[in-house]
Ligand binder design. Sequence first.
Ligand code: HEM
Length: 476
Amino acid sequence: MTSPYQPGAAPSPSCPAQAVPPPQEQAPPPGCPAHGAPQHQAPAQPDAHAPVKLYGPDFAADPHRFYRHLRQYGALAPVEIAPDVTAMLVTDYRAALDLLNDDATWSKDSREWMTTVPQDTPVMPMLMWRPNVFYSDGPAHVRYRDVIVDSFKLVEPHELRARVQHAADTLIQRFGARGEADLIADYARLIPLLMFNSLFGLPDSYSERLIAAIGGMLEGNSPEEAAAANEAFTTYIMELVGSKKGQRGPDLTSWFMDHPNALNDEELIHNIILVMGAGNEPLANLIGNALSRMLSDDRYYNTLSGGALTVHDAINEVLWNDPPLTNYSAHFPVRDVFFHGTWVRAGQLVMVSYAAANSQFDTTEALAPGSGSGSHLSWAAGPHACPVKRHALLIATTAIERLTAWLSDIELAVDHSELEWRNGAFHRALAALPARFTPISPDQAGATPWHNSDRSPMSSTRPEPTSTARQPASAH
Ligand code: HEM
């Protein structure tokens, strides 16, 4: 008789949890269906083989508790990423690297898998196949990826920094006089959209349309609202491509169009959408998560007035501990495979938990002064690793530096423990980040980003802080 835990055994065709032994009993994560009474939901029947839910308030509140629990299964653990959508999650660092670097065994093509799950599942937009860099393998992947990498190489760092400063100043202008802001809704989520609007070559006047469309897709409270936002986004992209067909410019759209790999119209549009989609949420989360650390940790508070840790440290800490994209790298094995102790069926969804893999290490080492961020997995690894991490880092760093330079006494308006995280298996995203600061007023001539003739918004000069220092709040 063969065992499902040994090489050579036929893998079970059904529940992914059947392919792995149930974990030894240790402190379960709250809400784990395999254990006793959860905090938010009453389980019908505790079931040690049930996949662990990676959505809902319990996971959002304390994902690392879930990862510790999942590691008891071995390198892979059975999870549910949405109702009736299961996956195997790689939580082991070595296994994650093996998977990410083996594109002969692991495909990104989700087309077969899509036929096996509810068509209206909320995770479909994150996993649905399209003709773009994300879902392709081998030469097709290289062909798309070259277009993206080569085009981003043409974006000069000093010019990128100036664009971020302009975007930052535009946003700070909107809320600076209020003395308070939600740094997620008012800043972190808007910076990437202003940046993409600019990098893809449309004037600022178009950015509101992009913000409304993407905001509606994320927040759409009804199917009708979501459909309208999707329609608005499609129109935005069609107008973008149409305008650049008429007249090229020094922008990503034009460089994508003229790349020697000659994408056809469908490929061009899907890869522009992919770049905006792939960059938007993780970049917003990187900025938001780093800001939340800086504003709730004395070491960073001190930084704002000349202290110990820098924006770079905050970003590094986020990349190790709260990766903006937390579980992703969706792959499907091209054949049944025995992988790090577990049978995985051909075509089964397997994802990598960057957060769980990173947490195998002692992150204090990563925070040591001068240490690099070399070995966390938050940009993934292998052929599909994030191709623009340098640009993303520069945008996030500049956006945070610009904000904290203008609003030097900025502090959290609530205790850090009251911050809420958005639900979902893929992202580590704050729902809101309420902050307060001494208002900077538009009538303070020369003291604000928008009334200062010496420092035009496109200037790369870092402004001097203009707010008066405030005592740290109890939240610090
Ligand atoms: C300017 C902002 C960004 C852009 C334009 C961008 C773009 C992309 C693109 C095009 C890919 C697909 C690469 C491929 O399949 O070959 C990708 C992958 C990835 N990016 Fe980024 N990205 C950005 C920011 C970020 C940030 C801030 C993070 C988080 C730290 C991140 C993490 C990742 C990861 C983990 C992958 C691999 C995902 C997977 O294979 O499922 N990216 N990114």
